[in-house]
Design a protein around this ligand. Sequence first.
Ligand SMILES: [Cu+2]
Length: 270
Amino acid sequence: MRTILLPLSTTIIILVIIVYVTNINMSYNPVYGHASPVTYEPAPNEVFDNLLSSQQPLPDKIVIDFTESPEIRASSIKVVNSNNERIDNNDLTVSDSPKSLSVSVDKSKIIPDVYTVSWAVLSKDDGHITKGSYVFTVAPDGNNKSNQSHSPQLVENTTLGYSHNITVVTDNIDLKFDIIPFKIGQNTFNISVLYTNGTVVENIRDIFLEFNNPSKNLGPIVETMDKIDLGKYSITGSFLSQEGTWDIKITVQRIGEYDINQQLEVDIED
Ligand SMILES: [Cu+2]
């Protein structure tokens, strides 16, 4: 019987190759986040001054960068006004570096209004489809409300708007949710979270709102609320961007306990 003896140097090289290949295999275990948006232009919830007085030019295109390369034949960006009329030029282009999608906007169709950008992407890298929506606003002249979204405050007037109380029996928690003024366009959304005995829930990490309008194919628009006080959260924005029935999903993420998920439907009239 013959034994094959390799020179030591060859053995070492082979070992190195084996270790290297094994490492590649081990490290080539990417955490697929699908094609998730990284940056948006214009930015979500951006408020533009109207036309003439503008120091801030109105957007002439929408560009969204993703974590993975979009497959153009199965991806889309659509921009609609509050009447669900399309204002982009349906001229989707794709780039692989950065991994982005863009469409141009017909600026002649931009008037003071709320605009919803809806995107869908098939990832070339892992074949998964992701989708989402976000809004931007063109404010009437001299009425730029962009500051409001950066200085959240609890609106106490609950005689107007929409208000809904939910008791989460399994957790002995009361959620109070309201929307003021409750119309198409900019609203303030408030949530207070208390135990049913009145004490504050202190282990909240974050509260998310997710908006979907299935009949208009808008959403999900996902927003993280701002903490105002212990158990009190608020956010202002034009997430209810068109009339119709909106599903609003509330997720209360807690430290050391399961998330609380609640879903409600609201009807927004023109
Ligand atoms: Cu994926």
